[in-house]
Ligand binder design. Structure first.
Ligand SMILES: Nc1ncnc2c1ncn2[C@@H]1O[C@H](COP(=O)(O)OP(=O)(O)OP(=O)(O)O)[C@@H](O)[C@H]1O
Length: 336
């Protein structure tokens, strides 16, 4: 299939900082590609290199078969992370203004409704809430009905209902054939929207693939989390299972007991064992691994690698240093 976005070996350095260090990626027509990665990983720089708003120091990028600076602007939609339109125009006027810049723009009224802002269309941009402002920005990025749409953290600051509105909009655009590249820190957003996800760390794509493949490869096992004040007794009565004390991300800052690799059908056995031993618990939740597990696993590996590299450079030449298998990169500089 034809790659609509095609980048190889992109490098970009700001002073001492390597924002991109050999990033490669290929996105096919009609695909939604989600870019995830820690703060400072290089996501925005990659989007900027792909949309012609920054020149890479090395490497090549093509969008729709052209260098990014040569693309017909009617075919490209870009929502920068820090887009700020004029304050003293209403949401409706802003969308009409941006529509007016293109030969074949969508009807701005339809776009206003699509981003869920029909009832605040006459409010000045400066008086819209942060989430409403971001929705106007999303609308203005796609008002030209682009063939390729880059969205840099499109839903930051948008409430859960508004986020769903934007997700549905992206889904309907993708269904109609628009190629979408989006960066996000919201793993649910990447999991829901992206056909493929790429994890960027230290300026290169260290893993990429369909979400389910990444979860199968890096996500680990299912877990049953048990919150109880009687941890020693619970550990003793569940001694036939693999139980560890872990922080259950997203719920409580306190570590809890976690039974790993457990089938939902076995939850009853655990509950029976706890009750038979008179162990009270305040919470019991089961979860399958998801993209957040992949992210945390790979981010941990990257951190380990970075520590390793720093230690090697302090120790002198790395050639004679033996690395443990746990700290080997999972995939480096691969092309998505
Ligand atoms: N114009 C610039 N001048 C100097 N340094 C920059 C510039 N743009 C980016 N950087 C640096 O390059 C690195 C990558 O930044 P980038 O904004 O691409 O990361 P990101 O993955 O988008 O981060 P975030 O998730 O926080 O948005 C960071 O260390 C950043 O400080």
């Amino acid at each position: 299939m034809e790659a609509v976005v095609d980048a190889t070996g992109l490098e970009k350095t700001y002073g001492e900082t390597a924002a991109l260090s050999g990033a490669s990626l290929a996105v096919e027509r009609g695909e939604v590609f989600g870019l995830i990665g820690p703060n400072g990983a290089g996501k925005t720089t990659l989007v900027r290199a792909l949309t012609g708003t920054t020149d890479p120091d090395a490497g090549t990028a093509q969008v729709l078969g052209e260098p990014p600076t040569a693309i017909d602007r009617d075919r490209l939609g870009v929502l920068p992370q820090d887009f700020s339109p004029p304050d003293r125009l209403t949401a409706r006027e802003l969308l009409a203004y941006y529509a007016g810049l293109y030969a074949n723009a969508r009807d701005p009224e339809t776009v206003l409704a699509d981003v869920g802002l029909a009832d605040v269309g006459d409010t000045w941009y400066e008086n819209l809430s942060g989430g409403q402002q971001r929705r106007v920005c999303v609308g203005s990025a796609l008002v030209n009905d682009p063939d390729v749409l880059f969205l840099d953290e499109p839903t930051t600051g948008i409430d859960p209902a508004g986020r769903r509105t934007v997700w549905e909009l992206v889904e309907s655009l993708a269904a109609a054939g628009t190629t979408v590249v989006l960066t996000t820190h919201d793993m649910a957003e990447a999991e829901r929207l992206a056909d493929r996800v790429g994890l960027l760390a230290d300026g290169s794509l260290i893993a990429h693939g369909p979400t389910e493949d990444l979860i199968a490869e890096y996500g680990g096992s299912s877990r049953l989390t048990i919150e109880t004040d009687a941890e020693p007794a619970a550990l003793a009565c569940l001694s036939s299972l693999v139980v560890e004390r872990e922080r259950d991300r997203g719920r409580s800052a306190e570590p809890a007991l976690v039974v790993r690799d457990i089938d939902p059908a076995e939850i009853g056995t655990v509950v029976d064992a706890l009750e038979a031993n008179g162990i009270e618990y305040t919470g019991l939740s089961w979860a399958e691994p998801d993209l957040e597990d992949v992210y945390l696993q790979l981010a941990d590996e990257t951190e380990l690698e970075r520590t390793d590299r720093a230690r090697d450079s302090n120790d002198g030449p790395a050639d004679d240093v033996e690395r443990s298998p746990e700290t080997e990169p999972t995939q480096t500089g691969g092309s998505a």
